[in-house]
Design a protein around this ligand. Structure first.
Ligand SMILES: CC(C)(COP(=O)(O)OP(=O)(O)OC[C@H]1O[C@@H](n2cnc3c(N)ncnc32)[C@H](O)[C@@H]1OP(=O)(O)O)[C@@H](O)C(=O)NCCC(=O)NCCS
Length: 153
């Protein structure tokens, strides 16, 4: 079966939305609306297998050197197959290409990120994220996610 890691297209939005919604309903990811996904589609990488969306991830840029792996999800039935790693590695490649030197994530699966070289950091070491973006999140005052960070150079 052909595995394709590629930039997302606007016609991937319904499948990305469905995949993120699946995990959002289980409290594992924040939901994103189709309109928001369309607006940010150029930041998304997807994996397709036999024309079906198997996984997705997005790169969000905060500052000249800091970016975030966001909206990382692999279809439940496909987990454990190396797709999550492939997506994060592609996001890291994209991040390096545009000059970022640090990549962070807020996550409930720090052990997955540890396998990829990310270390746990205190949330307040990432003010660019916490005060720029998190303040608008409904979970801002009760955030239970763990911040992880990797230096790309
Ligand atoms: C987390 C997630 C993206 C992992 O995707 P995956 O395709 O199963 O991951 P991979 O198969 O590429 O695993 C890569 C490595 O991480 C490990 N790993 C995967 N999931 C793990 C977990 N939940 N806890 C600890 N380690 C994990 C694997 O064993 C593998 O280790 P190895 O390379 O040393 O053998 C996927 O389970 C998912 O979509 N979860 C729900 C949404 C979510 O939590 N997203 C993250 C938001 S930040």
């Amino acid at each position: 079966m052909t595995l394709s890691v590629r930039r997302a297209r606007t016609n991937d939005v319904p499948s990305i939305h469905q995949l993120l919604d699946y995990y959002a309903a289980r409290g594992q990811l924040l939901p994103r609306s189709p309109d928001e996904l369309t607006e940010h589609i150029s930041s998304f990488t997807v994996i397709n297998e036999a024309d079906n969306l198997t996984g997705c991830a997005a790169l969000e840029v905060f500052t000249e050197d800091l970016g975030e792996v966001r909206s990382l999800a692999v279809r439940d039935a496909a987990t454990g197959g190396g797709y999550g790693r492939a997506l994060v590695e592609e996001i890291e490649h994209n991040a390096r290409t545009i000059g970022l030197r640090r990549l962070m994530a807020l996550t409930y699966v720090p052990d997955f990120f540890a396998r990829l070289g990310y270390g746990v950091v205190a949330m307040n070491t990432l003010p660019e994220k916490v005060f720029g973006v998190c303040v608008t999140c409904p979970k801002f005052r009760c955030c239970d996610e763990i911040a992880v960070l990797k230096h790309l150079d």
